[in-house]
Design a protein around this ligand. Structure first.
Ligand SMILES: Cc1cc2nc3c(=O)[nH]c(=O)nc-3n(C[C@H](O)[C@H](O)[C@H](O)COP(=O)(O)O)c2cc1C
Length: 192
């Protein structure tokens, strides 16, 4: 929607209107995104995933380290992950038709690693928000198996990578009610 904004200064009034619409829609998208745990069977199309990953790379990123990694699970990697998880946890890996393992490459420098983990988390959020904007459901899940060496190996995460989330994507089977959020006054301080 905003792609036609650049270079159109003489269309000032028109631009104001377009920006306002985009802004309202962005607010609604942020508020309306929900964690979904029940999905229909249809996988997310490869082209849609590519759009989401293209968006993810625009996450804020100090020193432009591009630290995020996304691995879309296929049948073999999912089978390996389920075998590593054990029967009970494996069942929960079948909830969504498309699973994306998000991780961050660590450098060993504590400050850079802290910043890169934050950047990777932003990239994951972009994927979730972009999916929501396309009418898809998502879920940021952190199953314990991906914190084990076996689980990491099942999806090809190297020793220099830290697991960030197993992004579940697909089509929602039901509406989700938004969980309560505390008001900004409870967590914002305006310093003198
Ligand atoms: C880093 C991170 C890890 C999460 N891991 C899990 C998880 O393992 N299991 C789960 O049920 N939800 C997980 N969530 C999702 C939150 O539970 C969810 O965002 C929260 O309940 C608020 O709901 P909403 O996303 O619909 O606003 C995770 C979220 C984040 C940011």
């Amino acid at each position: 929607m905003c792609s036609n904004l650049s270079g159109s200064i003489w269309h000032g009034r028109q631009i104001d209107r377009i920006v306002t619409v985009a802004w309202v829609e962005l607010d609604e998208a942020i508020r309306g995104r929900r964690t979904h745990k029940a999905y229909g069977p249809d996988q997310v199309a490869r082209e849609t995933l590519e759009e989401l990953f293209e968006l993810a790379r625009w996450a804020p990123n100090h020193h432009l380290t591009n630290p995020w990694r996304f691995r879309v699970l296929g049948p073999e990697s999912l089978a390996r992950l389920k075998a590593s998880a054990g029967p009970e946890a494996a069942a929960k890996l079948e909830r969504a038709p498309t699973l994306v393992c998000a991780s961050v490459v660590l450098s060993g420098d504590p400050v850079q690693d802290e910043e890169d983990i934050c950047a990777a988390a932003c990239a994951v959020f972009i994927v979730l928000l972009g999916a929501h904007a396309r009418g898809l459901a998502g879920y940021w899940r952190t199953p314990g198996v991906l914190r084990t060496p076996d689980g990491a190996q099942a999806v090809g995460m190297g020793p220099e990578e830290l697991f960030v989330g197993l992004i579940h994507l697909g089509h929602a089977r039901e509406e989700k009610r938004p969980p309560e959020r505390i008001p900004p006054a409870d967590f914002v301080t305006y310093l003198p």
